[in-house]
Write a protein that binds this ligand. Sequence first.
Ligand code: CUA
Length: 329
Amino acid sequence: MTQFWNSINPFPGQHSTFASNVDAIFYFTFWLSAFFFVAIVGFMIYFVVKYRRIEGQEPETSPSHNTTIEVAWSVIPGFLVLGIFWWGFTGYVDMRSPPSEAYEVNVIASMWQWQFKYPTGAIAKELHIPVKTPVKLIMQSKDVLHSLYIPSFRTKQDVVPGRYSGMWFEATDVGVYNLFCAEYCGQKHSDMITKVVVHPVTAEDATDEVKETFDAWMEVAADPLKGPGGVVIPLEEAGKNIVEIFQCAQCHSIDGSKKVGPSFKGNFGKEVEIAGQGKVLMDENYIRESILEPTAKIRLGYEPKMPSFKGQMKDEWIDAVIAYIKSIQ
Ligand code: CUA
């Protein structure tokens, strides 16, 4: 049934427990409005033609009112509106009341990326969740208003600076879905796109698209210094993972090309001219300082561009990032 519906519904597929109810109330309101639109405009045209002025005929006086019809056309739409309100309101309350056992993920929105933090300490740039499990997002913004929107789950919530906002959902199908920012937040708002990866809980539920179970994914994600199966991997390889998780390459190229910040390639160990800082020696200490306290060397009157990763980037992870930067010189 769901599959058939997804094939004829012009919206993205329904992949959360909310989706079918949201679509049902949308289509009910839409077709109800369409019905009344056609009926009202139809009668209007009919009466305009039927009661048009005819040459040589005196206009008839019409009765002043008809109580039965007037009561009917007030009470019936009144009940319809109340019904729509009740349906929408109970759905809204449901979407705003996360179950107490929901799995919690912290979301940090910033210009222009998403970051997801898990109870295990894992950090990811995509939202990874287990299938058929209630998930609660606790969201915060580092700068301006953003909005987290997952069309396939039919859910959206603003992320407001200076306070937490929350939402919850339960994904019904293993798969990969789009996640957008739905609140204009500056120049690269349209780049603020990522994915929701819904993992199977047990290996039997795995699909070709997502084979890894949620626990297996978490094992690797919780410790970027280790590879699949908990194997220790070379430090520079771990650094590459961390650079990907933190999306450093949005501002620092890894091929020497020019971006907002200095490239990771070709600058290590050299004196580099950096906007707002003058000439600096790009060594281990400078990289470490830039990650933890990026404004340390910024001149007065220059607008800082790099956010601090203090509290997010562990010491061993910084070592790995430095090893990675050295490895690509
Ligand atoms: Cu963030 Cu638009």
